[in-house]
Design a protein around this ligand. Structure first.
Ligand code: ADP
Ligand code: ADP
Length: 238
């Protein structure tokens, strides 16, 4: 069952200092379907258009043309007020973790619950559950600066899961980590997918990451989806 559908999506940006006529095409006629339950890899070199694609999926950008549907809703021209319930179903994790340095681990994880006005006791129970799931119960009161990179990303994952999203978007989530820590974080993402049935979209330039945990993959180059299919087929030796 499709959960994200991009159809002939084009995204152009006005180029810096290029005058009115100059535009750059970051995404060029991209079409793809992510099914519910997928771990879907989007792979490509820097500048291929991967981040722009993610920003189109969570409606931080609107396409120049083409359509984007998420969770059964065409969000292409949806007004801002109607995007909020959809964005709440999408969790995000980042290369640089994007944690609040002045908040503890527990406070970072609780932050989306506060925004959502959860009752204090529900917040505490949810944070405890998430700390347990990501294996950081002992570190609840530490600050991000006291954690390793892998631990920081586990906090990022816990925070992204706090409000029970249906989709997790991971933008170069393991790119700042060493190989061993990368494996650890991938193992955790696999559990997120298997235990909670959360669909994961994994943007990366690391082919081994996609080969290890994704079931489907789109290869991007110069804004285009140049290949798309089962990981096994796309990476099969010719
Ligand atoms: P990737 O994530 O694969 O590295 P991006 O989506 O960040 O690729 O960028 C694709 C292309 O679009 C790049 O040439 C980038 O410079 C350009 N681009 C991205 N965002 C903007 C923007 N806001 N304004 C202008 N150009 C942009
Ligand atoms: P990435 O590492 O994903 O390629 P960058 O560090 O290149 O991202 O860009 C960071 C931010 O700047 C993003 O929001 C991106 O959309 C924007 N951006 C990237 N390239 C350009 C550009 N040529 N002109 C304007 N904004 C850009």
């Amino acid at each position: 069952e499709p959960i994200i559908v991009l159809s002939h999506v084009v995204k152009e940006f006005r180029q810096r200092g290029a005058g009115a006529a100059g535009t750059a095409r970051a995404v060029d006629d991209a079409s793809l379907v992510v099914d519910a339950g997928d771990i879907f890899g989007i792979i490509g070199y820097s500048g291929a258009g991967k981040s722009t694609l993610v920003r189109l999926i969570n409606a931080l950008e609107r396409p120049t043309s083409g359509t984007v549907s998420v969770l059964g809703t065409d969000i292409t021209a949806l007004p801002e007020s109607k995007l909020r319930p959809i964005r709440r179903k999408i969790g995000m994790i980042f290369q640089q973790f994007n944690l609040f340095s002045t908040k503890t681990v527990a406070q970072n994880i609780a932050y989306p619950l506060q925004l959502d006005h959860w009752r204090k006791d529900y917040q505490e129970r949810r944070v405890a559950e998430l700390l347990e799931f990501v294996g950081l119960a002992e570190h609840a009161d530490k600050y991000p600066s006291q954690l390793s990179g892998g631990q920081k990303q586990r906090v990022g994952i816990a925070r992204a899961l706090a409000t029970n999203p249906e989709i997790l978007l991971a933008d170069e989530a393991t790119s700042a980590l060493d190989p061993e820590t990368t494996n650890e974080v991938m193992g955790l993402l696999k559990r997120v997918n298997e235990e909670f049935g959360i669909t994961i979209v994994l943007i990366t330039h690391q082919m081994n990451v996609v080969q290890q945990i994704a079931n489907r993959v789109a290869v991007m180059s110069a804004g285009r989806v140049v290949e798309c299919g089962d990981v096994y087929d796309v990476f099969a030796a010719p």
